[in-house]
Design a protein around this ligand. Sequence first.
Ligand code: TRP
Length: 362
Amino acid sequence: MSKIILTGDRPTGRLHLGHYVGSLKRRVELQNSGKFDEIYVMIADAQALTDNFDNPEKIRQNIIEVALDYLSVGLDPSKTHIFIQSQIPQLTELTFFYANLVTVSRLQRNPTVKNEIVLRNFEASIPVGFFTYPISQAADITAFKATTVPVGEDQEPMIEQAREIVRKFNATYGETLIEPEILLPDNKVCMRLPGTDGKAKMSKSLGNCIYLSDTADEVKKKVMSMYTDPDHIKIEDPGKVEGNTVFTYLEALSCEDDFKEFLPEYKNLDELKAHYQRGGLGDVKIKKFLIKVINRELDPIRERRHQYEQNIPGVYDILKEGTKIAYNTAQATLNDVKAAMKINYFDDAKLIEGQIDKYKNN
Ligand code: TRP
């Protein structure tokens, strides 16, 4: 069986370090592993519209931002098809047919939907489009016969629901769709990188993100004002590393080579942590180290971004090309789906013959 990846992001803002360690870095590794037959990465603008329907301009502006972020982290259009969800009408058709296989109560039980309803104050009146987006996400995944969906842990309920839809479809209409597997980050710290303020998650509205497109100066400013251990006041004080955002980031991003290069008096993160816990290590020193680590990671990303920024029409061409390929794949699946559901009337010579026979002797 072919190994196929599908994943994507809603284009509601520029991508940040949380996206990078939680998913983007992994995608590039998977892309370069040579282990996958096809890789699709989708800019989920239609899904973004389910809770931004009144602000399509925001989505429109962020499509190019997300595309630039993708290309700059090293997604390679010769290996990965990057495409725009709304340009694949087959996804809406699949959604419509899958909707028959899902109950309202099952959607209401989807934990991610539940959380988001509260988050967006949708309790009193939930837009139908938003409410049913797990079904549309199942269409995204199955349209490409994806076997593997690399995503963050908040997407687990979506993949589970997609798997249920696949099973129900195949049981009802015959083996047609592929049941996808979720691929979570293997490093726990990377599952959810906190914001620079120590809050649970990087989020644009909280203003606590480090963006992939931030300059070295912006990174410096943000790291210098980062949340550490509020009880670590004097350098001599023993400090806490748990819940200390600087250490969390170092855990997600630093490697032993960084110590060799930028902080040779320590062999690794464990030694640095031990010193901090003992006391005698100041926040400024660990922050300066973190700045170097982040910039070591972001420098090549910035450079690639700069190249692509010089050729914006070229970026749109990449999206157009990826979208064309995605369109054809989704159409092939839709044909299979319609055949399985026996709603391919005009391609079904037997159906027509049968009808001829039925009326022959009238
Ligand atoms: N829901 C995902 C997010 O919020 C985006 C997305 C849409 C997606 N369709 C998908 C992810 C299919 C993986 C597979 O980021």
